[in-house]
Design a protein around this ligand. Sequence first.
Ligand code: UDX
Length: 453
Amino acid sequence: MRIAIIGAGYVGLTSAAVYAKLGHTVFAVRKDAEKVEMLKRGEVPFYEPGLPELVKDGVQSGRLIPTTSYAEAVPNAEVIFICVGTPPLSSGEADLSQVFAAAREVAENWGEGYKVIADKSTVPVGTAQKVRKVIEEVLVARPQNRSGLATSQFDVASCPEFLREGSAVHDTLNPDRVVIGTDSERARAVLSKVHEDLPGERVITDIRTAEMIKYASNAFLATKISFINEIANVCDEVGANVDEVARGMGLDPRIGSAFLKAGIGYGGACFPKDTKALHSIAFLHDYDFKLLKAVIEVNKAQRRHFLRKVRQMLAPLAGKKIGILGLAFKNNTDDVRESAALDIASWLIKEGAQVVAYDPQAAENAKAVIKAELSPNQSSALDSVFITCPTAEEAARDADALLVLTEWKEFCDLPWSDLRSMMNQAIVFDGRNLLDSKKMRELGFTYVSVGRP
Ligand code: UDX
């Protein structure tokens, strides 16, 4: 089939490359000409394991066609997936301006023939119908459509994507479920065909339900994380071990073991944004979603709670040199959006500490964000208060403490004994419960983690 994907970020580009691998012809539309040239060379503008190889294969096979041009992508496409960003407004609501702008451009470059327009971006309930309106308005205004044929030319749908950054290719190729939300038999058949070679249960439903499935899934996963973080805080008080508690809980299949890792809370482009958006959707319908509100608050507080532990042991922070391992919001990505690590780093700097940080991928992205977070004075001295370095050893050298803030697996295999001898004080705060507490203490560290004695 011929598919156009509008927006070539994590969701759009991964979906485009996977559909091309499945044998479809896929146009991936991105406005930025420089980035499109990169994609044509098989280079991916962000770090995502396995994606460059898949993009290169797709481009070489001729089935994946990166382009800046709607006019090239849209007229012959049978299915158009909208995968643009839906960042949060200050109210917490999703900003849908990119979605509607994409819909308008699709309509303006329509060509002929029946098409399915499906949202993959996470969008509030009712968005697909608004997309329908935007497209109808443009199509009806076209001179050749004065007869009012527009509405029979297309259907809208919601086809949410559940990939995680860092394992996006694997998740897209091996979905647990494929959700197809549409009110049209014809669109259902088309979208079922697009996904026919993918495994996973099919959830065929109406548009509004599909839109809600995505928000409810992310909100539930965020709830699991905030729940286990609160359990961890209680474990700290009563001397229990949250890792063992999570294992004991997770073996019950009704609970499940995934997303019960305690730490400094969730970040990234999805959970923070989607929990706020769902809360705000409920609020706009006069419903006070109390549980979700608490999930959001617990997540915010968890970072502060961790900082308090650091402050308690190291106070005053002014003049201290603090090594940080991990800046990305999670492992296997260079994405620092809403990263707990960056909040903690900038709070430490604001309290007068010098931060020396190592991250396998995210240092460059982190620097730009930290610079924007700081006061003009601190920001002009950025290179002396926030130093990024190419190895964990350099972050440890002369440090008064090391903070593990992202769950990169490679941090488990560091030569911790050597690191200890380089540090000014052998103190490790593990914000991800990544390391073995017994081993760390045997090596002579003062070791503090989250909810573990
Ligand atoms: C998430 C959803 O998992 C995915 O289905 C959806 O499509 C997009 O949002 P992503 O944000 O890429 O994916 O990563 P995820 O692995 O879910 O991690 C999100 C955050 O939660 C990270 O900051 C991670 O460190 C944190 N996390 C995750 C925990 O703190 N504990 C856990 O047990 C799991």
